[in-house]
Design a protein around this ligand. Sequence first.
Ligand code: AMP
Ligand code: ZN
Length: 114
Amino acid sequence: MQDCIFCKIVNKEIPVKAIYEDEQIIAFSDINPVAPVHILVITKKHIANLLDTSPDDAALLGHMMMKIPEIAEIAGVSRDGFRVVFNTKDNGGQTVYHLHGHILGGRFMKWPPG
Ligand code: AMP
Ligand code: ZN
């Protein structure tokens, strides 16, 4: 989708150092990290957020979730643990409307979140 920053990353118009990539997803470090490890996992397909998914996306969403532990392992946070966040719309704090999960780790995560 035009003017979508994550579609530009998918299309290689904006370069990122992928820590994992396959035909359906890309994982790379967040430009503005809020934890020592802050990885974004994005779908290659443009989907605005979880509210914009359809049953046709079930395999893609399953793939994304199944790959998160592998990406966490690559990022070195699987031993001590991590948090996965899908900010969704305004109250969720979503700023980029292209589906992505945040993997946050490298420090203890408080609960409840702010
Ligand atoms: P959210 O606020 O949940 O929509 O997350 C969007 C995230 O994308 C923010 O944490 C931004 O710091 C991050 N971000 C935006 N542009 C880039 C970029 N070019 N490379 C890496 N991360 C980015
Ligand atoms: Zn997009």
